[in-house]
Design a protein around this ligand. Sequence first.
Ligand code: GLC
Length: 457
Amino acid sequence: MSFFQGTLNQFVLSKEQIQKIVDGMTEEFVEGLSTTDPKNITQQPSFITRLPTGQETGLYLAIDMGGTNLRTAAVHLLGDGKVGVTMEKHEITQELKTGTGEAMFDWIADCTASLLKKVVIDMGNADLHMGVTFSFALHQTAVNRGKVLAMGKGFDLSDVMGKDLKDLLETGFSRKNLPVTVSAIINDTVGTLVSHAYISPSTKIGVILATGTNAAYIERASEVSKYNGPACEQMILNTEWDAMGKASYLPQTKYDKEIDAVSLVPGFQEFEKMVSGLYMGEIFRLVLVDLIEQKAIFESSLNGQVPEALRPAKAFKTLFMSTIESDSSADHKAVDKVFKTSFGVDSLTSEDRTKVFNLVHAIGQRSAAMTAAACATLLYKANGGSVHLDAVKEITTIGIDGSVFEKYPQFSQKMMKELTKILGEDRASRVRLELARDGGSVGAALVAMISRNGGAM
Ligand code: GLC
């Protein structure tokens, strides 16, 4: 077999490899329910104990802090599953990501002030309650409190780890004289689940597939033995599936291992590093560099010499993969365009273009297959019972937000195909994968509203 084919095949998962992922994650989901090992950040109770009814109303502030952007929003819940949202988006610079906590929370307060100038004052709302979506792991201690755990996604903030996020935010607001109270703090997956359930009541799982990946679902409280808050019947859990993935079941290639080894936190978020938008482009780049050096691709144009523009880490964006895969014509002209414009590589042969397309496709397909495997594992749980109990007896919606799910060509169809392989046609026919939008702001506003009016949802 050629070097190219051998490399490509490492990204094509067999039925057995996928089953291994389902089995391995099942064990991790169960272990996470009871573990008290501080290093295990999975299955975090959100302190939210029910899904919304769709009838909630009110006006709330929300901020959504992700790996790439900070969104600030005024959310008007109108009832009947309807909302009005005014939003501002600010890019989080590299300098902020690796600076002090104080600089970060001052900046968040400034961004909030900018939104307030625009909307809330006009609406005459003096009572500023805020819901916060935080796309990083938190050890939640109440619906509006949580200690920051390891951050990932290229963040390295000093003086933040282990601190309470409500205190960090409110201290920043008061430094800027903003009368804002943090009424709820949620993970972005919890926001996606809650906000999608508001408009689509069969929603049982919320997933993010963006810079990072993760999911939340609703679990019977009796199963969550590590939870020791007020008594309840159900609990939304932030699974932090990003951080799952033991070497014994993850089909890591040498390229995946390299990505992990040079990352800010090696050994952390192994699953995410194989699946999400922050890493897919980089996986492709590492494979391509290897193939070029082995003269297994671009031989006639580069003859084993890797162009300088392809050398820096993250030089190949996941967005380029989307561009390449969206052109499925026989001559794959989009490949030429990407390589000429962004990397100065010219005169690719038709065979080169096909190889690039196939490799991009295999990496994207692997991401879809692994996400489907993780969803299938949760479906076994989310639809009525213990792991490996027969599931999906009724229509079950998974609300999914994030650039990879939304923009990567046919990601939804790819996931559905894989889910059908895992669950079988009958069960898979009752699963709906729906694009969820604005979960960060609407979900946070919903939870802020309910928790303000008398405790957990
Ligand atoms: C990362 C974070 C997680 C978040 C996910 C999606 O994996 O640890 O909390 O939900 O990214 O944004």
